[in-house]
Design a protein around this ligand. Structure first.
Ligand code: PAF
Length: 288
């Protein structure tokens, strides 16, 4: 195993990209905030399978956290992240600091509508997607990859990024990658480390409820009734529910007959906020 190259500046990143493009090598980017787990490793695998070179960016982006959120305590584990990425055969890690990404006088933010205004994450984190979209646009412009891989775990983020890339004509293919789960169904997340032992035992309830609902709705049950029952189960299970809803999988607007749909949930347990989602197929049963 060799450790990935670490590139800390946009200039270093671009020098490396020039070498690779000179050799006609394609490049895939996996944007992350570090604290990597097996879910991130699967994104890197998907990237490596589709391009000659794979870059993982690690940047805990301050602008996507509100003042009351966990920017300060967000887990950071750069040394073990590098080791993990070495095992995945990642070529380079782009790890800029905040002054590289937001130099003095920085004054540009992407303003969003569409899936960023779906009334899901945006309702509870109103400044979040402007921060995400701005940093993702910067990373895509800095790295100019052929492909960028994002996890389906942050499903609204993936929809926002797809819309951003279409609207700004960024020449990059966006690839969604399935959520990786612990053996008991809990979606892998860097924030799972916040869970106490008791909360960790309760946490898989979210996936259990989503799976059962997806099966019920796919086999013809009323979505409204399934949603009402699901909300009750999650709240009785010890969560404070932010939302549980069924949406069109592309626009995140209301479901439309004959189109892919998605169940999405966000709920808080103790000091941890968990999100998850699942595909609902109206004719072929549940997918994950
Ligand atoms: O999903 C994440 O880890 C972040 O939102 C991203 C896409 C790396 C932007 O900071």
């Amino acid at each position: 195993m060799s450790q990935p190259l670490v590139l800390n500046t946009v200039a270093d990143l671009r020098r490396r990209l020039t070498l690779w493009s000179g050799a006609r090598e394609t490049v895939a980017l996996v944007p992350t905030m570090g604290a990597l787990h097996a879910g991130h490793a699967s994104l890197a695998k998907a990237a490596r399978a589709r391009a000659d070179r794979c870059i993982v960016s690690i940047f805990v982006n301050p602008t996507q956290f509100a003042a009351n959120e966990d920017f300060g305590s967000y887990p950071r584990s750069f040394a073990s992240d590098l080791e993990q990425l070495g095992l995945e055969g990642v070529d380079a890690v782009f790890a800029p600091d905040a002054t590289q990404m937001y130099p003095a006088g920085f004054a540009t933010t992407i303003s969003l509508k569409g899936p960023a205004e779906a009334g899901l994450e945006d309702k509870f984190r109103p400044t979040h997607f402007a921060g995400v979209a701005t940093v993702v646009a910067k990373l895509l412009i800095q790295a100019m990859p052929d492909l960028a891989v994002f996890g389906e775990k942050d499903f609204q983020q993936l929809a926002v990024v797809r819309r951003l890339v279409r609207d700004l004509d960024l020449p990059v293919q966006i690839q969604g990658a399935p959520t990786l789960r612990e053996a008991d169904g809990l979606a892998m997340s860097s924030r799972n480390v916040y869970l106490s032992a008791e909360e960790r035992r309760t946490a898989p309830l979210l996936h259990r409820v989503l799976s059962a609902m997806a099966t019920q709705i796919a086999s013809g049950a009323s979505a409204d009734e399934a949603l009402a029952h699901g909300r009750e189960e999650i709240e009785q299970g010890g969560f404070a529910l932010d939302y549980l809803d069924l949406r069109d999988a592309d626009s995140l607007g209301p479901v439309q007959a004959g189109r892919a749909a998605r169940l999405l949930v966000a709920a808080r347990i103790g000091r941890t906020r968990l999100i998850d989602n699942i595909a609902v197929s109206f004719d072929r049963g549940e997918e994950t």
